[in-house]
Design a protein around this ligand. Structure first.
Ligand SMILES: Cc1cc2nc3c(=O)[nH]c(=O)nc-3n(C[C@H](O)[C@H](O)[C@H](O)COP(=O)(O)OP(=O)(O)OC[C@H]3O[C@@H](n4cnc5c(N)ncnc54)[C@H](O)[C@@H]3O)c2cc1C
Length: 332
């Protein structure tokens, strides 16, 4: 099998003149500019690019090996990347890799590390002293518990209460650090001394991931449903690092994944029924009553249906119903 592939790769390389292989600008200047540049996140975190392998062209090259010469007639490089993204032909995106150094509070890191397809080397608090920094929440950034879901956040908490909470937080973090350092001074092993440090303590890690899995991470963690803190990291990685390094991939990702919309069979049927209902009534705008009248029958008997709410939100963002405020539904 590998001989077959090797022959195909060699044949494809012969077929492609150099001018075609390098028809897109490389990202070398951007890499030089970005490498080791710290992008600050939260109060004391950061992400920075350590290394990158590949660029938009790497994705195109890989795809052309599998599709052969034929595609060059029907699509340019940008079009090909957009085609791959639209049709979830994902392996060409695995040809590029990014290595980051990140500094993240443990609670956000706990969510981050669930993404198993990356390679990780984390700062060890068994070998070294725990990083002496904990993420602090300013008085105006405490969030209420969301009213409509069990795991997400609602709006901002009263700043007067926030001031008290922030002051208590400082006290707690300082106390935890003092206890930790007293244990270390008393000769307690670092692996044991750390156990009562708060989840707000920062950790650092090298995180290496291929572009396909990085986009998967970004699509989940830049989403409104992700916790605000990890969203800040994902957004920084996406906008400050991936976008300049892979401009065509990023553009396609934004168009088809980040800002695209998935319609289920049920959603499509609701829309079709709604449009028919409006046409028959000679009206241009729909009401909540219209929506409930055309909802899927499996939702009709339910007091609360998450699928119905999501469908309702999609209709809102399509302008078929008044928009609903986005909410963060759930998290790890
Ligand atoms: C909004 C939100 C809420 C969440 N809530 C919870 C929660 O309440 N509780 C909780 O425990 N987790 C929760 N998670 C974590 C979530 O379930 C995933 O573990 C996490 O997002 C990593 O996603 P992933 O497995 O797709 O990514 P990766 O681990 O990076 O994997 C990428 C893809 O590779 C494939 N893959 C990787 N490993 C395997 C494997 N072993 N077998 C098969 N396929 C594999 C899958 O297709 C996977 O999608 C939540 C995540 C989000 C974004």
């Amino acid at each position: 099998m590998w001989r077959f592939y090797a022959r195909r790769v060699a044949a494809a390389a012969k077929r492609l003149p150099l001018s075609t292989a390098f028809s897109m600008p490389t990202n070398v200047p951007q890499v030089d500019e970005l490498r080791w540049k710290k992008f600050h996140v939260l109060d004391d975190g950061f992400v920075c690019l350590v290394d990158v392998m590949g660029d938009d062209q790497s994705v195109v090259q890989a795809a052309r090996v599998s599709y052969g010469e034929g595609t060059r007639k029907v699509s340019d490089d940008r079009g090909l990347i957009r085609y791959l993204m639209r049709h979830r032909h994902s392996t060409p995106f695995e040809m590029a890799e990014i290595k980051l150094l990140v500094r993240v509070p443990m609670d956000a890191w706990r969510q981050w590390i669930r993404h198993r397809t990356a390679n990780v080397n984390e700062y060890s608090t068994r070998y070294s002293l725990a990083i002496d920094a904990a993420q602090a929440t300013p008085p105006e950034e405490w969030r209420t518990q969301a009213a409509t879901n069990r795991q997400g956040s609602g709006g901002p908490l009263d700043v007067a209460i926030g001031r008290v909470l922030s002051s208590e937080e400082t006290e707690l973090q300082q106390q935890a650090r003092r206890v930790y350092e007293r244990r270390i001074a008393a000769g307690v092993a670092r692996e044991q001394a750390r156990k009562d440090l708060p989840l707000s303590t920062y950790t650092e890690a090298y995180w290496k991931v291929d572009l396909h899995n990085l986009l998967h991470f970004l699509s989940l963690r830049m989403d409104d449903h992700a916790q605000w803190e990890i969203r800040q990291y994902a957004t920084t990685i996406g906008q400050e690092i991936v976008q300049p390094l892979f401009p065509f991939v990023w553009e396609a990702f934004v168009d088809y994944r980040l800002q695209g919309m998935f319609l289920s069979r049920l959603d499509r049927e609701v829309i079709a029924r709604l449009m028919r209902r409006l046409a028959e009534a000679g009206r241009a705008t729909a009401t909540e009553e219209d929506f409930l009248a055309v909802q899927d029958e499996s939702w009709a008997g339910l007091k609360r249906s998450r699928e119905r709410e999501e469908c309702r939100a999609k209709l809102g963002s399509l302008g078929l119903l008044p928009p609903v405020a986005p909410g963060s539904d759930d998290d790890d």
